[in-house]
Design a binder for this molecule. Structure first.
Ligand code: CTP
Length: 399
């Protein structure tokens, strides 16, 4: 299944908050993802930004006024409302949220929203005290009860100088929310997918660890792809530099043993496990409580003991298990023996010596091997698309 944003119709409502500059980036990223974006601005949003800004990015007319003779709304005032696959208001001021909660239709945006049957996402942005106000909270609760998705706000420094809750979510989170909303009826709806990601770290002493080069990107991409076709998703994540993806539970761990414990818990009620983490095979047999001093010796022997094979040891009956095999030689033969040895349904083997696949990059080139002996070499693709290809196979194995 491709990115749900590709070829989608998104109505983007922009209201008069200083955060509306971020809506420009959102409109741009949506357009780049292949969405057809109809921007509807309130009069106050036009005080912050010119409609031309959005028109230049979306290559489409921008609606600002129900009675504008140039506006499509004057020809058919529900045209945008009807073709939208999703409507997102980002940023949404307290005033617009109040109007939506009470069913007002006094401008182009509220009219569009009242007329649409598409899912509605509201991303609040305002001063912390306005957000906390009981009136705003009640209006948000009313919208939520009606099935509207409230995305954010985040906490942090606000334009008023206050620090608190009221920041518009960042573009990747808003895109994630849209993808999750568009894909909610997908072929993983009602299913739980657990993904492990990142490279575990095994402590030697309080300052040193045994680590590896895994960035976590492959696991996070699979998790997002599962979210975008309707799954409830948990990532059990070793340390990474990646932000938490929207709508996904992230359980943070450091060591292989912690990952094992967290995965056993998460997988107890799951349908599939995709094990993208690079698990350290060995850990120091003793962790020193104090920083080990250099001293006079020229060498340092650290004794290592073997970590458990996590995926091999997770044996819930209905769980579909997918592994990864990062290999530097004999790709297919090594992957095949891991597939069988660990009791997997599927394994994605990748050649870590290739420049455009493996650690740190956004692309990957894998060979998929299944337990029936099937083998498919996929071309170089984004890690998200590799995730989609893996999940296509997972769907076929679900009980
Ligand atoms: N794996 C695991 N527990 C381990 C080691 C690996 O669950 N202790 C999982 C990985 O997450 C991956 C698959 O097993 O999905 C294959 O991992 P890989 O490191 O390629 O293989 P190993 O079994 O560690 O074998 P080797 O290091 O000898 O290649």
């Amino acid at each position: 299944m491709p990115d749900p944003l590709a070829n989608s119709n998104i109505a983007l409502g922009v209201t008069g908050s200083i955060a509306c500059y971020k809506a420009v980036d959102l409109a741009s990223k949506l357009t780049q993802a292949g969405a057809l974006v109809d921007v509807v601005m309130t009069a106050d949003a036009c005080k912050f930004l010119a409609p031309l800004t959005f028109r230049s990015i979306t290559h489409r007319p921008v609606v600002t006024n129900v009675f504008d003779p140039q506006s499509e709304l004057s020809i058919d005032h529900v045209a945008i409302a009807e073709r939208a696959d999703a409507v997102i208001v980002a940023p949404a001021t307290a005033n617009t949220i109040a109007k939506l909660a009470h069913g007002f239709a006094d401008d182009a945006l509220t009219t569009t929203i009242l007329a649409t049957q598409a899912p509605l996402i509201v991303a609040p942005a305002m001063d912390a005290h306005m957000y906390d106000n009981v009136a705003t909270q009640r209006n948000i609760a009313t919208l939520r009860e009606r099935g509207c998705v409230i995305a954010g706000p985040a906490s942090g420094r606000l334009a008023s100088g206050l620090v608190g809750k009221g920041r518009l979510l960042e573009t990747p989170e808003l895109l994630g929310c849209l993808r999750q909303t568009l894909g909610s009826d997908g072929d993983l709806a009602g299913r739980k997918v657990v993904v492990s990601a990142g490279g575990t770290q095994e402590p030697i002493d309080p300052v040193r660890v045994i680590a590896n080069h895994s960035s976590g990107k492959m696991g996070y991409a699979v998790a997002e792809a599962a979210r975008d076709r309707g799954a409830e998703v948990s990532i059990v994540s070793a340390p990474t530099a990646l932000p938490d993806p929207f709508g996904i539970k992230v359980v943070s761990v450091r060591t292989a043993l912690q990952m094992q414990g967290a995965l056993h818990k998460e997988c107890a009620n799951a349908d599939a496990l995709v094990m993208a983490a690079a698990v350290a095979d060995w850990r120091p047999s003793d962790m020193s409580d104090q920083k080990v001093k250099k001293g006079a010796a020229d060498t340092w022997q650290i004794e290592l003991i073997k970590n458990p094979d996590i995926i091999a040891g997770i044996t819930f009956e209905r769980l579909v298990k997918v592994g990864f095999a990062a290999e530097s030689e004999d790709l297919v033969a090594n992957a095949e023996s891991k597939l069988l040895g660990k009791g997997l349904h599927l394994i994605a083997a990748n050649d870590i010596t290739a420049e455009d696949s493996g650690f740190g990059v956004d692309t990957n080139k894998v060979v998929l091997l299944d337990r029936e002996g099937g083998q498919e070499a996929l071309p170089l693709m984004s890690k998200y698309d590799v995730g989609c290809a893996i999940l296509d196979r997972v769907v076929g194995y679900l009980y």
